[in-house]
Unconditional design. Structure first.
Ligand SMILES: [Zn+2]
Length: 81
């Protein structure tokens, strides 16, 4: 399994602003269609996990790339660590 030997000379693999893989076509909150997907995803999650109070997409301020979701659990208020 020596497949990791090819190293590209151009280091465009990661965005400088948020260090995300450029190859990966991630969602971008600046793109309207992506934003809809994100919203749908959040709604679905909220429906699935009733203990989740809210989910906020965390995106790069510079390029708008979606980095992760930050969710607030209802229980966190009671038992916050
Ligand atoms: Zn970025």
């Amino acid at each position: 399994m020596k497949q990791k030997q090819q190293q590209n000379k151009d280091e465009k693999e990661f965005t400088p602003c948020c260090n995300q893989s450029v190859d990966r076509k991630g969602l971008n909150v600046n793109r309207e269609e992506d934003w809809k997907l994100i919203e749908n995803h959040i709604e679905e999650k909220l429906r699935m996990y009733s203990s989740t109070e809210s989910i906020t997409p965390v995106s790069c301020k510079k390029c708008g790339r979606l980095l992760s979701y930050s969710s607030v659990l209802k229980r966190d208020k009671k038992y916050f660590r």
